[in-house]
Design a protein around this ligand. Structure first.
Ligand code: ARG
Ligand code: ZN
Length: 873
């Protein structure tokens, strides 16, 4: 059924404290939960208590120590209804349940991963452990006692601070954990098993000593060193930037092999997909290092934005997620390069959030309804949600934003809050009316921002207009507050210090506040016509339609002093050229010589950091070009156009590229994951791709593969071989070597599965069929399923969208299989079909047929059914 924001009612009962006892055994786990409860004031004293469950078996039930008679309760697997509870005052409810974590393949609730007992409760997994008011506005303190065999589980962990522990009869032992901070059930966690540990300590700014620990499967603790370093840097950063200190005696992280998502911020006990903890130069790429840093920071930052202040209901998910993504992006920007980080975030937003916002899965940043909340952990809630916080910071300025955050932390600590609560803090702290800004949370879709310029007699007039189409989410189309950061670039490549002299939009520093459907800004007494660099730093999540002379754009691509503006000018030109070429069909050269020259020149430009040069010379991916084309998309034509462009850039730039690459310092055995070294590797490998294309043989990449002393270089070379020289002995040799060297290492083996699934050749459909039957393939492991199915469906546009529909059918069939084990992961992967209506008619029909066949299965999960229904609607 449909859950609606407008139906929100506060809970009729409160749970003050929860005392849990877990007895872990091979084959079953007994759970006893004792809850100190009372009715909420002003509620009907006759109202029964209705607790949430999911696939539960009730073993015992009593109130204040007396068993509740069968006539007073009704227990089903997903609900426990109890009547005639005390009309007022506190009472104690005891519930016993029995679980089988061994057969829990959904990986929600309590399950076992490689023998390790672990939990995932967000959003609604706690109800798979015990009957509970499993909603985020019910906050309780917890005491948890875990008992298990000492051999099977020497490590016993839960939230909060460690308490008593000791031995029991029969080779068993126990440990007690106390969490003094009231929390909602989704932040509950338990981990038990044979684990290794890496420890460290941290002293907070007020002098509290915190014991830090990262637990891994045996033998892997040394691979957590970078994660530990990132954790300590995150703790320092949150103190300095937001004045937020850690609040328990211990902070524990556990790396788990089977995990539906990236990681989870459970209070004092973060549980991670091991992909976001374990790193070694030989097994992890620079991208993996950056990912670990981001996710470690993200989960740590949730301690304040998510845990101390949580969400009133799941419609407010962006309250914690958008804000925490903003915080982790700012952390990475401070730790690495701000420009490079911003480009990466914008690139991700356009690749993930824009298609979502422009297709059938569209929803507002704060949705108004859902059928399955797990399907709303989306790019819109997370990434667009973070853009809204970023706009708030742009609109209010650094000091105003910090004042609003301070008030939010002071006023709502311990609360389950709403977006209104959040915005009110900023409005009050700065005396700003944010009612128009609030529309960003409720109006779905990507606004279009039209900009035209007119220059005459030293006067520049900028005309801005916004428009938002009424989309699938059926939301309003009121003009929003769009902060537009800009610069006027003079002929020498520096920003002019021009103040507006007239206009209908307010301008503050370098930000135009567009708050109406249309507005103008006028600058006078300009000696020369400046080049307008607009929407710098992507100051709002909009589609920019700037009518600007091609010449001006080429100039900005060369000398916009704003690194982001320069990247945007160049990559937008290239993107539009590739869009035009793919629509014109075969035989038309994609890029004009001046554009090619601009790309080549970037590679050699010493004043740009190497990471930025690597981003500037990378052509937009095929999925990105498809998005630019928008409708009647032909992925084959896009592939051909892009390959043609790569060939043209490679030929024109070969000499420059060779010289630049030879001049880059190499790591030579001393691997360092720092941003500058990673940037040099990124540039070197981007150049290697072009040089291999120019050369037309696998020789260079084969040599680079052999010489690689780290996974970044090895993976880059292997990708060139597999993708560009698929049929050559060099490619098969490299893939075989890669497999032989890493078959024992699950995280690297995932890369091998993805690498093979993303080869853009006709033979790949047979390859993925074989890989699905490979002894190392497992549907039950989400990382492996994502590596193969997700790698193919989102990383291989040419073959996934093959015209005969075979790619769609193979994917849909695998999703049907996966759904029986793990609905959440199946539903997530099914979003690969979200843009199916933008393709040409034959492919649309093939996709519709494959999706309909999947949707016609009677036994589908609610998760997958919801995605399919919305995708097909
Ligand atoms: N809160 C977690 C994070 O952002 C992710 C939880 C995802 N849960 C889900 N049901 N998909 O760090
Ligand atoms: Zn999060």
């Amino acid at each position: 059924q449909v859950i609606r924001l407008s139906d929100y009612r506060p809970p009729a009962f409160r749970i003050r404290h929860v005392d849990m006892r877990f007895s872990l055994n091979d084959g079953h786990t007994d759970v006893e939960t004792v809850m100190e409860m009372e009715r909420a004031p002003d509620t009907d004293a006759a109202e029964p208590l209705v607790l949430d469950g999911d696939a539960l078996t009730l073993i015992a039930l009593d109130c204040n120590g007396v068993a509740i008679g069968a006539e007073r309760f009704e227990a089903t697997p997903d609900r426990l209804t109890i009547r005639d509870l005390p009309p007022s005052g506190p009472f104690t409810l005891r519930i016993a349940t029995r679980l089988t974590p061994e057969t829990n393949t959904e990986l929600m609730g309590l399950y076992r991963s490689n023998g390790v007992w672990c939990t995932q409760c967000e959003a609604e997994g706690f109800r798979r452990i015990t009957y509970f008011l499993d909603r985020p506005d019910v906050l309780a303190t917890y005491r948890v006692r875990i008992e298990a065999d000492r051999e099977a589980a020497p490590i016993l962990l839960s939230n909060g601070n460690p308490g008593e522990h000791g031995d029991l009869d029969g080779g068993r032992h126990y440990a007690v954990w106390d969490d003094p901070h009231p929390k909602p059930s989704y932040l509950f966690a338990l981990v038990a098993g044979r684990l290794d540990v890496l420890t460290d300590t941290f002293e907070t700014q007020s002098g509290r000593d915190v014991d830090l620990a990262i637990y891994t499967e045996p033998g892997l603790a040394d691979r957590a060193a970078y994660a530990m370093d990132a954790l300590k840097r995150s703790m320092v950063w949150d103190e300095r930037r937001f004045g937020r200190e850690y609040d328990l005696d211990v902070f524990n992280i556990v790396a788990i092999s089977d995990f539906n998502m990236g990681a989870m911020e459970n209070k004092g006990l973060n549980v991670f997909n091991h992909k976001y903890v374990l790193l070694a130069p030989d097994t992890a790429t620079d991208g993996d290092y950056a990912g670990v840093e981001t996710v470690i920071a993200h989960e740590y930052f949730h301690n304040w934005t998510g845990n101390r202040i949580t969400c009133r209901d799941w419609f407010q998910l962006c309250l914690k997620e958008g804000l925490t993504v903003y915080r982790d992006q700012e952390f990475s920007a401070d730790e690495r390069s701000r420009t490079v980080k911003r480009i990466g975030s914008v690139h991700g937003l356009k690749a993930q959030q824009f298609p979502e916002d422009q297709g059938p899965l569209q929803h507002p940043v704060r949705p108004r309804q859902y059928r399955e909340i797990n399907n709303f952990y989306t790019a819109t809630v997370y990434e667009k949600g973070s853009e809204l916080v970023r706009m708030l910071a742009t609109i209010l300025g650094e000091a105003g934003f910090r004042a609003g955050m301070d008030l939010y932390f002071a006023r709502h600590d311990g609360d389950a809050a709403t977006i209104e609560d959040f915005l009110t803090c900023f409005a009050e702290a700065t005396g700003t009316d944010l009612s128009q800004f609030a529309l960003w949370y409720d109006q779905a879709g990507t606004p279009e921002l039209y900009v035209t310029e007119h220059f005459e007699a030293g006067r520049l007039t900028l005309s801005l207009r916004q428009s938002l189409a009424r989309g699938a989410a059926g939301t309003g189309i009121e003009p929003m507050h769009i902060p537009v950061r800009f610069g006027l670039v003079g002929p020498d490549g520096t920003d002019l210090a021009a103040e507006p002299t007239a206009g209908t939009a307010e301008v503050e520093g370098d930000v135009i506040h567009l708050v109406t459907a249309e507005a103008e800004v006028v600058f006078s007494e300009l000696a020369e016509r400046p080049r307008v660099s607009i929407l710098r730093d992507f100051s709002a999540p909009v589609t920019l339609r700037h009518e600007q002379a091609y010449e001006d754009r080429l100039v900005l691509a060369r000398l916009d002093p704003n690194g982001f503006g320069r990247w945007r000018a160049l990559t937008d030109l290239v993107g539009e050229a590739l869009r035009a070429a793919s629509m014109a069909g075969a035989g038309r050269p994609a890029l004009d010589p001046r554009l090619i020259e601009a790309v080549v020149a970037c590679a050699a430009e010493e004043r740009l950091e190497p990471a930025l040069r690597a981003l500037m010379i990378a052509l937009p991916g095929e999925a990105e070009i498809a998005r630019l084309v928008g409708s009647n998309v032909d992925p084959e034509a896009i592939h051909q156009a892009r390959e043609g462009a790569i060939g043209a850039v490679a030929t024109a730039g070969a000499e420059t590229f060779r010289r630049v690459r030879d001049g880059l310092e190499r790591s030579s055995g001393n691997f360092s994951p720092d941003a500058a070294s990673a940037g040099r590797r990124a540039l070197s490998n981007a150049l290697l791709m072009y040089l291999s294309a120019a050369d037309g043989t696998p020789a260079l990449a084969a040599e680079a593969f052999r010489a690689a002393d780290n996974m970044t270089d090895r993976m880059a070379a292997a990708t060139i071989l597999a993708h560009r020289f698929a049929e050559t002995p060099e490619a098969s040799e490299a893939l075989d070597r890669f497999y032989a060297d890493y078959a024992h290492d699950p995280l690297v083996l995932d890369k091998w599965f993805t690498l093979r699934a993303t080869v853009p050749s006709d033979a790949t459909l047979d390859t993925v069929r074989d890989l699905a039957a490979h002894p190392k393939f497992s549907m039950a492991n989400p990382n492996r399923a994502r590596a193969l199915i997700g790698g193919f469906a989102t990383g291989n546009p040419r073959v996934f969208h093959q015209k005969d529909g075979a790619g769609y059918r193979w994917t849909a069939e695998r999703l049907g299989e996966l759904d029986r084990l793990n609905p959440q992961t199946a539903a997530r992967l099914a979003t690969a079909f979200r843009s199916w209506r933008s393709f040409e008619p034959v492919r649309q029909e093939q996709a519709r047929a494959a999706l309909s066949a999947l949707a016609s299965r009677p036994e589908l999960s609610r998760d997958l059914r919801d995605i399919l229904d919305r995708t097909l609607s």
